[in-house]
Design a protein. Structure first.
Lengths: 244, 63
């Protein structure tokens, strides 16, 4: 597969999406002008189909753009209130896997995300998400990145202190409806603490979120975690998605 | 007009999608969704042609 082919397919898709949007606009205009009920009924049906087509065409973009998307989408299909999911990927897939998770849960499922950013400062992530057309408005941040770029959009918490982080998450999910917590990445958190401390923290967090019916997605980078810790986190989770 | 333009565009997309090396799972999902769009666009085109005929046959002011 060459990048040119994928790029070409994405451009093609953009054209399809623009045409569907134009068609919807056209039918909306017709509906304001036409009086005949039989015609209005049929145009309304076509117009409603166009709305569905726009949604379908929008869903196709991440499927084509990120190779990981179909695996993530299938793995997260049963994701619901209180689900604890471990997403396990290699370093080379880390960025696209993260985008795929957010593209699916935020853009496609319409959930609000509490993003625990350990690897990169939130300002950096906000820019990256915006570039990928992910709805940043539905993402709030708990910034644990050791690099402080002075962005104060989210809560800033030291990665050294799990109690502070736990309290910040609790504050962020004070109104839990339609929210999930995305931990990027739990494997990086092992840099700041002993394995047993991180594992206990995840167990505690999982119990708390389950009780509040808030979902949790833990991103794990294969190269950053020991087998024993991975096994522990897998046991705590409802499901592990392996991104090959 | 959009319905007429979009049909060959969707058919072309299916042909290109077949060759661009997407993995099987992705290809199946993408193909299923695009075929759905194509089927409905063909149906829209048929419905619109029928409506144009009806309008042409009758007193246009009624519409």
């Amino acid at each position: 597969m060459t990048e040119t082919h994928i790029e070409e397919l994405l451009l093609h898709l953009k054209e399809i999406l623009a045409l569907e949007a134009k068609a919807k606009e056209l039918y909306d205009n017709y509906l304001q002008q036409i009086r005949d009920k039989s015609i209005v009924d049929r145009i309304s049906r076509i117009r409603d189909d166009e709305v569905e087509h726009i949604e379908i065409a929008s869903q196709l973009t991440p499927l084509i753009k990120y190779k990981e998307y179909s695996i993530i989408r299938e793995g997260l299909e049963t994701f619901s209130e209180g689900s604890i999911i471990l997403v396990h990927c290699g370093l080379d897939k880390y960025v696209r896997t993260g985008f795929s998770v957010l593209k699916y849960l935020v853009d496609e499922r319409g959930l609000d995300c509490v993003y625990v950013a350990v690897n990169k400062p939130s300002s950096f992530i906000i820019e990256a998400l915006a570039r990928e057309d992910i709805n940043v408005e539905k993402v709030s941040f708990i910034d644990c990145s050791p690099v402080d770029l002075g962005d104060k959009r989210g809560m800033v918490v030291s990665p050294e202190n799990p109690t502070d982080l736990s309290m910040a998450i609790e504050t962020a999910i004070a109104s839990p409806e339609g929210k999930f917590v995305y931990f990027d990445s739990i494997s990086t958190y092992f840099l700041f603490h002993e394995s047993n401390i991180v594992e206990r923290f995840v167990l505690f967090l999982a119990q708390k979120l389950r009780a509040k019916k808030v979902g949790l997605v833990l991103l794990v980078v294969k190269e950053e975690i020991e087998e024993r810790s991975l096994a522990r986190l897998t046991v705590i989770s409802d499901k592990r998605i392996n991104v090959p | 007009m959009e319905e007429i333009v979009i049909i060959p565009l969707l058919e072309d997309f299916l042909r290109k999608g077949e060759k661009c090396g997407l993995d099987e799972m992705t290809k199946t999902i993408v193909e299923g969704k695009v075929r759905h769009l194509l089927g409905e666009s063909i149906e829209h085109s048929r419905m619109l042609t029928e409506m144009i005929r009806e309008v042409a046959r009758s007193d246009r002011d009624a519409y």
